[in-house]
Design a protein around this ligand. Structure first.
Ligand SMILES: Cc1cc2nc3c(=O)[nH]c(=O)nc-3n(C[C@H](O)[C@H](O)[C@H](O)COP(=O)(O)O)c2cc1C
Ligand code: SF4
Length: 480
């Protein structure tokens, strides 16, 4: 049965004078820089870098186009602090990435006429493998242990054990494999911060502060206005902050233990880049997984980071591996599925009203910070796609700058259209997550609404298509 069509709630766009008098378009300080407006474009990975993590012409087009709308702050996608293969995701784990990033900064300055401040999000993530084919997992990847030998009648012949395991049905196999082995078979092997038996995991507290500090220094050299330490979603620092972090080496269990490495990373970054440059953090207001962190933990994390000298806190929600949907064989598990994923990028498909859905979290964090005497700005996001909602969020103290990721993707010019009193021309995001589906497959991210304007060429007179030749690669230009 066809799904019923949903229409977006009506909104009243402000006149030019109303817009210019609105809070959204007032300046505010974010650490060392002044943002000319309170509009914010949170990080979005467009999968347009080279396989070696370098800036490409497509990356420049993506950020140049987002900068055309002159948001107060634009955050560049999650960029790896290590120089390791990670698909077409930007990296900053070596000095050779600096020239490309300098080009990116120049592009944004040019496209925004110098009006957009540019921050880059940096992250670390742990190894994860694709879901294996059952036979291959049991015959090649599974490490045969004493437990398997005993369950299979004590035979010493490893290949005989493997053959026996292959012949078991799923119910019997589940009884023989450990929960982690069962998970590796059904979801793909994934390391966790609590795997202290693995040397690289045990040594994360030794290596991460320096990796983040070196990466942050490179981004400063490249000319960014600040750096955002990614402590949200399914990535390493978020996993340290998580209530699920059971490391017993002083870097887990209690709130102090869980906050220890993120604070050490912040301290190392600050020591390397100095006090006169913006260092922010993105954290989760709620992990939305069983036993995970809640808003109370998040408020404590925000306070600790503020005491540690962070310049802003950006708030997100969910996006965890723990409840992610089972991937198909050959695919990697994607943290933006399952309940926590749905809360991260709320859609009309799952929620009657995804609009401004997560702002209560930034509200509570901001309130806690103010109570603790910290005046640093808090950034909220989640289903904000109208000026009315953005203004309400600022007026009601939900945040100090208001983030709109997908709306800015759907129409990068929307901030400027509103500012000029031309809100009726905004191409409104319909929040069905077509873009997120592409992100999931690591394909170049585009918006389904752009393809409706195939007759309108880009500024250079052409229409660039995605590498599959099927989609418009860049947002159609605004005919002013
Ligand atoms: C295609 C896509 C890629 C994203 N990549 C990132 C990312 O790299 N880092 C991050 O913190 N959030 C990422 N997000 C989440 C957004 O920053 C934002 O928090 C989320 O989409 C909710 O805001 P919205 O409702 O305004 O879109 C991504 C979202 C989308 C749609
Ligand atoms: S693809 Fe859909 S959800 Fe994504 S930005 Fe475009 S309209 Fe919004």
């Amino acid at each position: 049965m066809a799904k019923p069509k949903r229409s977006l709630p009506a909104t009243r766009w402000p006149t030019r004078t109303e817009a210019q008098n609105s809070l959204v378009f007032t300046p505010t300080q974010v650490g060392s820089f002044q943002s000319l407006t309170r509009s914010w474009v949170p990080a979005m990975v467009p999968w347009r870098a080279t396989e070696e993590g370098e800036v490409t012409p497509e990356v420049l087009e993506w950020y140049g186009r987002l900068a055309d709308g002159q948001p107060g702050v634009l955050v560049v996608e999650a960029t790896g602090v290590r120089d390791v293969p990670s698909g077409p995701l930007l990296r900053v784990g070596d000095d050779r990435f600096i020239p490309g990033l300098q080009e990116l900064v120049r592009t944004v300055r040019e496209h925004s006429a110098g009006r957009t401040r540019l921050v880059i999000q940096i992250l670390d993530f742990l190894p994860i493998r694709r879901r294996p084919e059952r036979h291959r997992y049991l015959l090649e990847f599974l490490i045969i242990t004493q437990a398997h030998r005993e369950a299979m009648g004590g035979t010493a012949d490893e290949s005989a054990i493997r053959e026996q395991l292959v012949r078991l049905d799923d119910a019997a196999l589940q009884k023989v494999l450990s929960p982690r082995e069962w998970e590796a078979l059904n979801y793909g092997y994934r390391e966790r911060v609590g795997d202290l038996h693995i040397k690289t995991i045990r040594e994360l507290p030794k290596v991460l502060p320096d990796l983040f500090a070196a990466a942050a220094q490179r981004t400063r050299q490249a000319g960014f206005d600040g750096v955002e330490l990614h402590m949200a979603h399914a990535y390493t620092l978020a996993s340290f902050l998580s209530a699920l972090n059971q490391r017993d080496d002083g870097y887990g269990t209690s709130l102090t233990g869980r906050q220890r490495l993120p604070l050490e990373v912040l301290k190392a970054v600050r020591a390397r880049v100095g006090k006169d440059w913006t260092v922010g953090c993105r954290i989760l207001g709620d992990e939305v997984v069983k036993g995970g962190s809640t808003i109370e933990d998040a408020c404590s994390h925000a306070l600790a980071l503020a005491k540690g000298g962070v310049d802003y806190i950006s708030v997100s929600k969910g996006g965890k591996f723990e409840d992610a949907r089972q991937p198909a064989v050959g695919q990697a598990v994607y943290p933006y599925t399952g309940a926590s994923g749905e809360e991260c990028m709320p859609t009309v498909t799952h929620f009657k009203h995804p609009f401004g859905r997560n702002l209560h979290l930034s509200h509570s964090i901001r309130k806690t910070l103010r109570k603790g005497g910290h005046l640093i700005p808090v950034i909220g996001a989640g289903g904000v796609g109208t000026h009315e909602l953005a203004e309400k969020a600022l007026r009601e103290g939900d945040c100090d700058l208001v983030g709109a990721a997908r709306q800015s993707l759907a129409d990068p010019d929307w901030w400027l259209k509103v500012q000029e009193g031309r809100g009726e021309e905004v191409r409104r995001c319909i929040y069905t997550n077509y873009c997120e589906g592409l992100d999931q497959k690591h394909r170049q991210v585009t918006c389904q609404l752009w393809d409706r304007s195939m007759e309108t060429p880009d500024a250079n007179g052409e229409i660039r298509l995605s590498s599959d030749g099927k989609r418009r690669l860049n947002a159609p230009p605004w005919k002013r």
